[in-house]
Design a protein around this ligand. Structure first.
Ligand SMILES: [Zn+2]
Ligand SMILES: [Zn+2]
Length: 324
């Protein structure tokens, strides 16, 4: 690998590691504002409880485990989804998918009985940190906007499945995973917003067309059950929270943390990710072009380490091992 390419891969080392330390702590900060009267914030729960069934998640029994702990569901996930990933990305931060430990005290939480909020919260200009929903396959869904007027999908940062990998090499979606409808069926949610209300796909549960939606991409059915729908245009997923959520800083709380384990990559804009495939147990190859020149990353995920080999257009390569 030539010096210039290496610098691209290793750029941002110092600043990113300095920034990393502050991201990790503070797992379960409680809401920092008092909710309106009648609203109940979600509380942290014990790390165990009897197993429970939530429609949608039940279609991914190997990827998602749901437990009930009093008033909340605890949802464990973190495996990579069983669909393709990364292909189609044109604007890339050089992060790759790795499994994440959304388990134990670092699991997802949803209220067992979602409550409509007196003052719904919008995701426009807010909730840029953390997940705003969790898909039926256990993959988190982040705000479709990463900053005001910066639509992650329109910026070319997402793959054909609506996802990409974040700073912790954590795979997540930024739009509704409408493709999951084919797996769960029209009668099950493709995701749940963090307020606990379900997100269905592009039809109602009986297969009929979706009626008018409110500004949060939701509405109530004939039995007055509120729910959201995924759409192909903004807000794509829940455009906010019609239901009560705990909020801390700029994110819903509680929710899992991820931990970056390697230096941040610099953004690549003239890039196309053309292939991503397993090459062995917990081993993957990602192929991409930069201004037409071929590059690849091969990596193996171990219990403690991730070993990555970066190969540039001249076939020179660099191997790095990172401790997780
Ligand atoms: Zn992202
Ligand atoms: Zn509906």
């Amino acid at each position: 690998m030539d010096t210039k390419t290496r610098r691209t891969f290793l750029g941002g080392f110092i600043t990113s590691f300095a920034a990393t330390a502050s991201v990790i702590g503070c797992k379960y900060a409680l809401a920092d504002t008092n909710p309106p009267s009648g609203d109940q914030p979600l509380s942290p729960s014990p790390s165990s409880g009897p197993e429970a069934i939530l429609p949608g998640f039940d279609r991914f029994p190997h990827a998602v485990k749901v437990m009930r702990a009093r008033l909340v569901y605890r949802i464990e996930s973190g495996d990579l989804p069983d669909h393709g990933m990364m292909v189609g990305i044109r604007n890339w931060q050089q992060q790759v998918p790795t499994p994440q430990p959304y388990t134990g005290a670092n699991a997802w939480h949803l209220p067992v009985s979602p409550v409509l909020a007196e003052t719904p919260l919008s995701c426009q200009n807010a909730f840029y940190r953390g997940a705003i929903a969790i898909a039926a396959n256990g993959v988190p869904i982040f705000n479709p906007m990463k900053a005001p007027n910066e639509d992650v999908y329109l910026l070319g940062e997402l793959d054909q499945w609506g996802g990409h990998s974040g700073r912790s090499d954590d795979y997540h979606y930024h739009v509704a995973p409408l493709h999951l409808q084919d797996v769960v069926g029209t009668d099950r949610p493709i995701a749940y917003a963090m307020d606990g209300f379900p997100i269905y796909g592009e039809t109602e549960t009986d297969g009929s067309p979706v009626g008018a939606l409110d500004q949060w991409n939701g509405h109530s059915d004939a039995e007055n059950r509120y729910h959201y729908h995924g759409t192909r245009g903004y807000p794509y997923v829940n455009g906010g929270f019609r239901g009560v959520v705990g909020v801390s800083g700029d994110e819903v709380t509680p929710q899992p943390r991820t931990r970056p384990f390697r230096p941040a990559g610099t953004p690549l804009r003239d890039v196309v990710i053309t292939e991503f495939a397993p090459i062995g147990d917990n081993a993957y190859r990602l192929i991409y072009t930069v201004r037409g020149a071929p590059n690849r990353i091969e990596y193996v995920i171990g219990a403690q380490n991730v070993t990555m080999t970066f190969t540039g257009p001249t076939n020179a390569s660099l191997t790095e091992t990172y401790r997780r």
